[in-house]
Design a protein around this ligand. Structure first.
Ligand SMILES: [Zn+2]
Length: 143
């Protein structure tokens, strides 16, 4: 009876690992390309695309520091990583307090789009191709 009241941990659908993720390294590697961003930039990018897959990584290939634990949310053709703080303190019987801050990363190409002509498009459709990676984005300008 109680089980019926507990929400599912993964939302309304089951995650399946997208095939294109195979090019972003393994459990102990930081996916590339990636860049650190501020909190506002991260959350703006995060909410723009639905998430298709989530993973946990313990990144150990950073020459500037120790291993880092991070959750990566994958959606569209990008990743949104939240790096967990590495240092914390315990004070008496209080809960642990993190010393470091959360670090946010965006993973994937920083697209530079140009509009391209696609004969298959309907009049209200527009196609854009990234000059850096070739990714094509289509949008519908009708309302
Ligand atoms: Zn690109």
């Amino acid at each position: 009876m109680l089980l019926k009241l507990v929400p599912r941990l993964v939302g309304e659908f089951e995650f399946e690992k997208p095939v294109w993720l195979d090019g972003f390294g393994n459990y102990n590697r930081m996916p590339t390309p990636s860049r650190k961003v501020d909190e506002g930039t991260f959350w703006y990018a995060f909410h723009c695309h639905p998430i298709n897959y989530m993973e946990f990584r313990q990144v150990m290939d950073d020459p500037n520091g120790p291993s880092r634990s991070m959750y990566i949310f994958w959606g569209n053709d990008a990743g949104y990583a939240i790096e967990m703080p590495g240092k914390w303190t315990f004070t008496g019987d209080q809960p642990a307090r993190y010393v470091d801050s959360v670090v946010y990363h965006l993973i994937g190409c920083e697209h530079d789009f140009e509009e391209v002509v696609d004969p298959a498009n309907l009049p209200f459709m527009h196609s854009y191709k990234c000059c850096l990676c070739g990714h094509i984005h289509k949008s519908d300008s009708s309302d």
